[in-house]
Design a protein. Structure first.
Length: 478
């Protein structure tokens, strides 16, 4: 039965990767995959639970004497429904609520034209200089916002400046690379780093300090190589942005500025909130959302001259949240939870430990796979295979040096965050940012592969080299 569960997961995985060809939303596929796997697992739980979770199962029976008189299958079903599903849903919900809160704050900033505060300050006319500026902004912006929003904001700016679509594709490609690289070094910059941070695999300061330089190199190298593909100056475009004009009719520049900085402060304050209160990050981001929600409601309360349909209240902004993406995360993370509960990921981890036994090779392969396969299930599978270990586990392990890579802020988790985030840039379909840019710009997959993929690959391996060099210089070993 474990082979059947694995086969179902692989089929679901492939369907997610082929979403554009099948024209079936990946959220639907992920939810179906999770449902089928949990059904298969619970119907055969009598064969699995006592072997995979003997200690936890025994404790459950000891704490619930009434269950002990039931047949073994019923005992296992009660254990799965009362313990394993609840625990999995609790862990998944932390990530989902964080994403909902962060996505809402970003949408509030965007719908009020807050990002124009950054984009309106770009005045250079040299295309090469503009490429570096755009890429730099995308890199640091995506450390706070999600990669998709950053890419959309920056490509909309480029569309107003660069009329030639072939040149614009170069800019768009560098935006994707910079956004993916920028999101990998921040605990709130990418879905995968959010997952690792929320689950406690990494903490904010070590993640940022360890990955900032490798991520900068992974973005700077492709931009330096791509800058040779463009030349000349920009012809000024004096057209008026209708979106900015409509926003200015409703709110003042001062109010827009307050919303922008308040939203950014709420996002940046989440790591501080977590380290200070020790509460989960989703509590911090929801607290931040409530602050900006109250501010905008008070702001619109005094705009009695503005029709209600023109007011961008948070209740209206919530409709703009990509619910399908949230459901995709729910489905894929619950599916991976079933693989963990059934012991499949433990077997996979044992295989990699015995046959590969090298975190650099394992993570490099994960990064390359993320250019084809969504990095969310990849990271979810990795966290399922390798639980975070403590000092006692490390000291009692057969290979303590290798096992230490899986401690909090261990080398495996830090390099996983880099590889899963940056590796998605190798192909245009390897990240949400790339897919969105591909749709907006009608970019050709083959064009990206021929002109950009090699640059992204060089940047990817350059960043890994820098990370390895940092580890060697800091510890003297690898």
């Amino acid at each position: 039965m474990l082979y059947l569960i694995t086969a179902i997961f692989i089929i679901g995985y492939l369907a997610i990767a082929m979403e554009s060809k099948l024209q079936i939303n990946k959220a639907a596929t992920a939810l179906m995959t999770a449902g089928i796997i949990w059904i298969l697992y619970i119907t055969t739980s009598a064969l699995t639970v006592p072997k995979v979770s003997p200690d936890s199962f025994s404790n459950f029976l000891a704490e619930n004497p009434g269950v002990q008189s039931l047949p073994l299958l019923q005992q296992c079903i009660k254990y799965i429904t009362d313990v394993q599903i609840i625990e999995n849903l609790g862990e998944v919900s932390e990530t989902l609520f964080f994403l909902i809160g962060a996505m809402t704050i970003v949408e509030i900033i965007d719908v009020h034209g807050g990002f124009a505060i950054i984009t309106n300050r770009i005045t250079t006319r040299r295309k090469k200089e503009l490429l570096w500026i755009i890429s730099g902004i995308a890199f640091f912006m995506s450390a706070v916002l999600d990669n998709m929003t950053t890419s959309i904001v920056m490509i909309m700016l480029v569309r107003r400046i660069i009329p030639n679509y072939k040149e614009r594709w170069i800019f768009a490609s560098m935006i994707v690379i910079a956004a993916n690289s920028g999101g990998a070094w921040s605990p709130i910059g990418d879905v995968t780093t959010i997952m690792l941070w929320v689950k406690g695999n990494v903490t904010s300061a070590p993640l940022s300090m360890s990955l900032l330089l490798p991520c900068m190199v992974s973005a700077a190298v492709p931009v330096a190589l791509a800058s040779r593909m463009i030349k000349g100056e920009i012809i000024p475009n004096n057209t008026v942005d209708p979106v900015s004009t409509s926003v200015e009719k409703v709110i003042t520049v001062k109010e827009r500025t307050v919303i922008f900085f308040l939203g950014i402060a709420c996002l940046l304050g989440v790591p501080v909130f977590k380290s200070t209160t020790h509460l989960p990050p989703f509590m911090g981001v929801l607290l931040g959302l409530s602050i900006i929600w109250i501010y905008t409601d008070i702001m619109y309360k005094h705009k009695i001259h503005v029709e209600e349909r023109f007011k961008h209240r948070v209740t209206n902004v919530l409709h703009r949240i990509d619910t399908a993406t949230i459901l995709f995360f729910l489905g894929i993370l619950m599916a991976v939870g079933a693989l963990t509960a059934s012991g499949i990921l433990d077997k996979a981890a044992q295989f990699l430990n015995e046959k590969v036994h090298n975190i650099y090779v394992i993570n490099t392969v994960i990064g390359l796979l993320s250019s084809v396969i969504d990095n969310v299930p990849l990271v979810a599978a990795a966290t399922g295979m390798y639980p975070v270990v403590d000092a006692a586990t490390i000291s009692s392990a057969a290979d303590p040096a290798f096992m230490s890579y899986f401690a909090v802020d261990g080398g495996f988790w830090l390099l996983l965050a880099y590889c899963a985030g940056v590796g998605g840039s190798i192909l245009i379909i390897g990240s949400v940012a790339g897919v969105v840019i591909m749709g907006i710009e009608k970019m050709n997959f083959v064009w990206y592969f021929k002109n950009i993929s090699l640059l992204a690959l060089i940047g990817y391996f350059s960043g890994i080299a820098v990370y390895i060099a940092q580890v060697f210089l800091t510890t003297g070993t690898l």
